[in-house]
Each structure stands twice: as C-alpha cells, then as structure tokens.
Design a protein around this ligand. Structure first.
Ligand SMILES: Cc1cc2nc3c(=O)[nH]c(=O)nc-3n(C[C@H](O)[C@H](O)[C@H](O)COP(=O)(O)OP(=O)(O)OC[C@H]3O[C@@H](n4cnc5c(N)ncnc54)[C@H](O)[C@@H]3O)c2cc1C
Length: 293
C-alpha cells in the first residue's frame, strides 16, 4: 500500500526547484511514475512529499543543430525520442534502442530524465548515451552544472543528483565522421530489460581500415553502466580480425562486475558480455564500412 504523501505540481522549472528546496528533507520527484510508483507500491520508497514535474513544458523538447549536436529535455518521453526525425537521421541507434524498450504504454509515459535518474543498471538508454558521449545538465536553485553521463551513475539506483537538484537535459555531441554506434540487449522476453546489454561505438580512419576511437559500454553487467576501457584500448589503433575480436570480448568480460540473480548467474552474464561485445564491435565496424561505400 502506498503511504500518504503531500502532492505538489510544478508548472515551471523554477517552481520545481523552489518546491525541492522547500521540501528538502523528504521528497521525491515524480515524472511519468513508471519506475517510482512501483517502488512506492512496494513500500521501498515512502516520501512525505511528491513533486510532480510531468506538466513542465520547458522540459519537453528535442533540438538538433548541425554544429552543436542534440539536446533532449528531461521530460521528453521515450516515444517522442523514438519518433524524432533528427534523431533517426543523426543518432539512429537511439531509435533502435527505444523500439525495444518496454511496451508502448511505458514509452508513451516514461521519460528519458526519469529513466536515467532511476539509475537501474539494466536501463537501456544509459549505455547507448554513454557510447554516444552524452553529457547531462543538472540544476538546483543556485547553480547549473553539466557533467559527462558516465559520471552521473554512482551505484545501483544511485546518481550524483543531490537534494534540491533536477536533471534538466541530455546533450549529445555531433557524431564524428566514419563513426557507427550500435546497441543490443539479450533478453528472454521481447522488450523486457536486458539480462546483459552492450553498446559499442567505433570510429575508423579515412581508409576505413584502422580504428581511431572506440567506446564500449556494458549494461546490467555491474552496478552502473560500465565503460570497458581496457577492451576499448585493445581496439584503438588496430585493424579488426577474429583473433582481436576474441581478445576484446574476453577483456570486456573480465572488466565486467556482474551479480547473480534470478535472471542469470555471474558466469552466464560474463559469457553474454563476451558474446555481445564481439557482436557489437563487429557490427559497428561493418556499419562504418557500409557508410563509406
Ligand atoms: C513494465 C515496464 C517495463 C520497462 N522496461 C524497460 C526496459 O526495457 N528498458 C528500460 O531502460 N527501462 C524500462 N522500464 C523503465 C522505464 O523506462 C522507466 O520507468 C521510465 O523511463 C522512467 O521515467 P518516468 O518519467 O516514468 O520516471 P519516474 O518513475 O517518474 O521517476 C523515476 C526516478 O527518477 C526520478 N526523476 C524523474 N525525473 C527526474 C528529473 N528530471 N530529475 C531528477 N530526478 C528525476 C524520480 O524521483 C524517480 O526516482 C520499464 C518500466 C516498466 C514499468
């Protein structure tokens, strides 16, 4: 049963920040409620104050500029991202990710800001956005700060958000030429959260033969979306062949720090990390080559 709470609705970012400050000691922000209400129903979270930001229009936008990149307001729904033309053109991996995230009902109501702030290590947007080099804008009443998304997550369901702070925006830089980013999750039930997921971003040189940059990000394989930095290092400066691919997969699997739960054992998750990393690196590499043709 959900415990009693005082409900306040903010219509602007300023109103929301004032409310967060006023109820500093005991509040929860609610946006789409897709994650929060489950925790409240289970009695895992019982805030005295619930501050509703779903009605803040200032937080609902997708803006793309060819020199600056993409900005997505925290209140933008998964469906809005999935249907965005500039995202389809410049960041297609986000569309592919959203198409496989939850059900249409959850995508229609759940938001990108809520997903990231919930900080479920099995969440889909985290690994993909980190592979795309995302930053996030955060504010309280006094100041705004922008940090790499990679530094936003600190533990299971924990972020760097302090009391009084609101996540405002997700920002993506312009994609470097000859780069492709891909993402896949392994699950038993379609559109369920992944038992493990991997995002890989690969940049090739002008001849399309050598990797000049790479980002490999693991989902549901640690307490946060995890960069497999040692695996990335193996790839950068190299030409891809089966033997290198095998080493990269093995390294990513060693870097993972998965738990055992009802979905999978630790060993099985490591096995999946290896298989998916190999598959994603190869797929990204082939996509860059296909773009060049
Ligand atoms: C049936 C089901 C299936 C799902 N499947 C998937 C899946 O396959 N992949 C996946 O990634 N996710 C999945 N989800 C999770 C879903 O994506 C998230 O629940 C949704 O995006 C959360 O957004 P929300 O606006 O509903 O957040 P809320 O539930 O309102 O909030 C979630 C958390 O974020 C905080 N918060 C919200 N907005 C902000 C903000 N702007 N600033 C600071 N804090 C904020 C809240 O206080 C709360 O702690 C699933 C959820 C359901 C119910």
């Amino acid at each position: 049963m959900i415990q009693d709470f005082v409900y306040s609705k903010a219509n602007t970012v300023k109103e929301a920040l004032d409310l967060l400050e006023k109820h500093r000691d005991d509040y929860k922000i609610i946006c789409g409620g897709q994650s929060l209400l489950i925790l409240m129903r289970q009695g895992l979270v019982a805030p005295a104050n619930l501050i509703d930001i779903k009605g803040i229009d200032e937080l609902k936008y997708i803006k793309f500029k060819s020199k600056e990149g993409l900005k997505i307001g925290a209140g933008t729904t998964h469906s809005e991202i999935q249907k965005s033309s500039p995202i389809k053109k410049h960041y297609p991996v986000l569309i592919e990710m959203e198409e496989n995230l939850a059900s249409v009902q959850t995508r229609n109501w759940g938001t990108i800001g809520g997903n990231l702030s919930h900080a479920d290590p099995a969440g889909d947007p985290g690994p993909v956005l980190i592979a795309l080099n995302a930053t996030v804008k955060i504010a309280n009443r006094e100041r705004e700060r922008t940090i790499p998304l990679e530094e936003f997550f600190i533990d299971y369901f924990e972020t760097v958000l302090e009391e009084g702070e609101l996540l405002l925006e997700v920002q993506l830089p312009v994609v470097t030429p000859r780069t492709a980013t891909v993402y896949e999750k392994f699950n038993i039930i379609k559109n369920d959260q992944g038992i493990v997921s991997v995002a890989a971003s690969v940049t090739l040189d002008s001849r399309g033969s050598t990797c000049t940059d790479a980002r490999i990000v693991l989902g549901a394989a640690a307490s946060i979306p995890l960069r497999a930095r040692k695996a990335e290092k193996l790839l950068i400066g190299q030409k891809l062949d089966d033997s290198l691919l095998e080493k990269i997969g093995k390294k990513a699997s060693d870097e993972a720090d998965p738990v055992a739960d009802i979905h999978a054992s630790e060993e099985y998750r490591r096995y999946l990390v290896k298989a998916l990393t190999k598959r994603m690196v190869k797929k990204a590499w082939e996509r860059v080559k296909a773009q060049a043709r």
